[in-house]
Design a protein around this ligand. Structure first.
Ligand SMILES: O=C(O)CCC(=O)C(=O)O
Length: 315
């Protein structure tokens, strides 16, 4: 089955966000044709040399490549594409005051690749679905995605299904999109690589984003050590993790981790940034588990200690 939850690149962000939250996925066609072509050209030799998957899930006819930002300049621009960043803001900032690149990887299906086991990317965390979005994956089409060549399989609406529910066969559709387009979905959306029954390859670049207080799936500091990340724009360096995950989260040597790239030390180590302090007040708290809370005792006229939820740090 083929889906067309596909939109033009100039569609307003609010509209795109509405489709993403309603359907659990959406396609933006031709969002970055030139950057995608450049990325493909920069990665071609590495894809050629990449190994096939060593198990059924990774796919014996599927080549995979990680550490993509270190390999491709154009992929760095895709990772911080303004439309993707705006959708990350809308999707992830309600539950974290920052977000991060979680994963970068090429998924290259050779003819004969079998359909992958459907899964939820969010299953790497022990959190029951449905939950607020933890991950927002972006799958860039480095080649055309068709129903025949293994365009990603998705179960629309599955991001809000109860945890145990698996899709029925007729609930699964292929994401069909021309090269240069991007498929966005949520970490709770059932999906997987399709079967490549064509005689052409299907190549996708997955760049996934997650809440900044979660462990990243791909270790971004090893993939992009400071001597490599030095070449990246600041927005990207912060996105891969050379930043705070929130106030007091992820500092280095008592200071902003991005200082590793800066020589102009001003003598004021920081444990947060104003932007993150401001956002942290608006975060929707998540309740984990079903531990029964001890009720607050009723004591009239007594003062309680009051503390701001996040300490505000003066520079
Ligand atoms: O190749 C695809 O379309 C999706 C692959 C995927 O979801 C995965 O490998 O985790």
């Amino acid at each position: 089955m083929v889906t067309r939850n596909a939109h033009a690149p100039d569609t307003p962000i609010d509209t795109l966000y509405g489709f993403l939250m309603d359907q659990g996925y959406l396609i933006i066609e031709h969002l970055a044709d030139e950057l995608v072509a450049q990325t493909r050209a920069e990665l071609d030799a590495d894809i050629e040399a990449a190994p096939f998957g060593h198990d059924e899930f990774l796919g014996p006819r599927t080549k995979r490549l990680g550490r993509v930002l270190a390999r491709s300049h154009a992929a760095r621009d895709l990772a911080i594409h303004p439309t993707i960043m705006a959708l990350c803001d809308a999707t992830l900032l309600p539950s974290a005051c920052n977000y991060q690149l979680n994963f970068s990887g090429v998924m290259h299906l050779e003819p004969g690749a079998q359909a992958q086991q459907l899964h939820r990317d969010g299953s790497i965390y022990p959190i029951a679905h449905p939950s607020p979005p933890l991950i927002m994956p972006a799958m860039w089409a480095l080649s055309d995605f068709t129903a025949e060549n293994g365009g990603t399989l998705l179960a629309p609406g599955s991001h809000v299904w109860e945890h145990e529910r698996m899709p029925f066969v007729d609930e699964v559709v292929n994401a069909v999109m021309p090269a240069g387009s991007v498929l966005l979905y949520l970490g709770s959306t059932w999906h997987g690589g399709g079967a490549n029954e064509s005689n052409t390859v299907r190549t996708g670049l997955a760049l996934q984003y997650s809440l900044s207080w979660l462990r990243q799936e791909e270790n971004q500091y090893l993939a992009n050590p400071p001597e490599v990340a030095r070449e990246y724009p600041e927005r990207l360096r912060r996105l891969i993790g050379y930043d705070f995950g929130g106030p007091y989260l992820g500092f280095h040597n008592g200071d902003d981790p991005h200082r590793v790239f800066e020589s102009d030390y001003d003598g004021h180590p920081a444990r947060s940034r104003t932007e993150l302090d401001d956002r942290s007040a608006g975060i929707d708290l998540l309740r984990l588990g079903d531990i029964k809370a001890v009720p607050t005792p009723k004591r009239r006229g007594e003062q309680v200690y009051s503390m701001a939820r996040q300490p505000k740090i003066e520079a």
